[in-house]
Design a protein around this ligand. Structure first.
Ligand SMILES: CC(C)(COP(=O)(O)OP(=O)(O)OC[C@H]1O[C@@H](n2cnc3c(N)ncnc32)[C@H](O)[C@@H]1O)[C@@H](O)C(=O)NCCC(=O)NCCS
Ligand SMILES: Nc1ncnc2c1ncn2[C@@H]1O[C@H](COP(=O)(O)OP(=O)(O)OP(=O)(O)O)[C@@H](O)[C@H]1O
Length: 229
């Protein structure tokens, strides 16, 4: 199986690109969705985060007040690192299980959309790595517009991540998303054909089909040996 890493910065356009993958029949594992489930009321992650940050971060429904927690962690490095440390094991195991589900369904290619792919050092598990890049001005403008944030809050969120220029340097494929959606679609078509190229042998052996082939080979090898003895 080919595990494609999709990353970028906040509001650089990862979800827009992952929707294009889904529309083309490629399954996407979304780390933001997994992280949201980790904070669902009563879950293990919720308990650890409430124990560390206090009940002040809860709404009357006892769900986490996400904007409030966001305000806290994006304006304090130490609080953000604490939240990352508490949630990381749940997020990485959630990603692992979602990939395993796709493997069991027989997917040959899966895209994992992880905003903090490099920061969390998960890049070693994915190949190729696609970075959705925009200039900092475009990023801030799109973030302020989409989430209704002040410039200061938007900057805090952008600064909480590795710079997009640094991520761009680590990419196998770069999507420049500064232009309009038409330009994005044109670049996406090229990325799609790259992602769909035939699997390498290693990727094939990692797929469900490959694993069953190995099992079949080993079983028939054992059978032949038994007949010879
Ligand atoms: C702080 C929280 C509650 C704020 O929730 P909110 O609904 O406002 O934002 P949302 O979850 O939609 O995230 C939006 C974007 O913020 C960025 N972001 C989220 N968490 C972090 C973080 N810890 N460090 C840097 N950037 C982050 C990502 O680019 C993400 O796509 C939430 O982001 C969270 O639980 N973060 C910690 C989990 C995490 O690391 N998520 C990233 C998945 S790898
Ligand atoms: N090429 C484009 N032209 C204009 N607007 C765009 C383009 N690409 C994305 N956008 C808009 O920019 C905003 C951010 O895009 P998107 O939500 O896909 O980013 P993201 O990287 O997934 O963000 P996050 O990290 O917060 O999940 C959205 O409002 C989206 O509609």
């Amino acid at each position: 199986m080919r595990i494609v890493g999709l990353t970028g910065g906040i509001a650089s356009g990862k979800s827009t690109v992952s929707n294009l993958f889904k529309a083309n029949g490629i399954p996407v594992v979304d780390a933001d969705v997994i992280a949201r489930n980790v904070l669902k009321k009563g879950s293990g992650g919720w308990k650890r985060v409430v124990a560390a940050f206090g009940e002040d971060i809860l709404l009357p429904s006892r769900e986490v007040d996400r904007p409030k927690l966001g305000q806290m962690v994006f304006s304090s490095d130490s609080k953000r690192q604490l939240l990352n440390k508490l949630m990381a094991p749940y997020i990485s195991s959630g990603i692992f299980w979602e990939i395993l589900k796709e493997w069991a369904k027989g997917a040959k290619v899966v895209v994992v959309d992880i905003p903090l792919l490099f920061e969390a050092k998960m890049d070693k598990w994915t190949k190729p790595i696609v970075v959705v890049w925009v200039s900092q001005d475009t990023q801030l403008n799109r973030l302020m517009e989409r989430d209704g944030l002040s410039e200061e809050d938007a900057r805090n969120r952008v600064m909480a991540q590795m710079s997009l220029d640094l991520k761009r340097g680590k990419a196998d494929i770069v999507i420049d998303n500064n232009g309009g959606l038409d330009e994005l679609h044109q670049q996406f078509d090229k990325v799609l054909s790259e992602i769909r190229r035939p699997l390498t042998w290693i990727e094939f052996w990692r797929s469900r089909q490959g694993a069953f082939s190995i099992l079949g080979l080993v079983t028939s090898g054992l059978f032949v040996c038994k007949q010879l003895n």
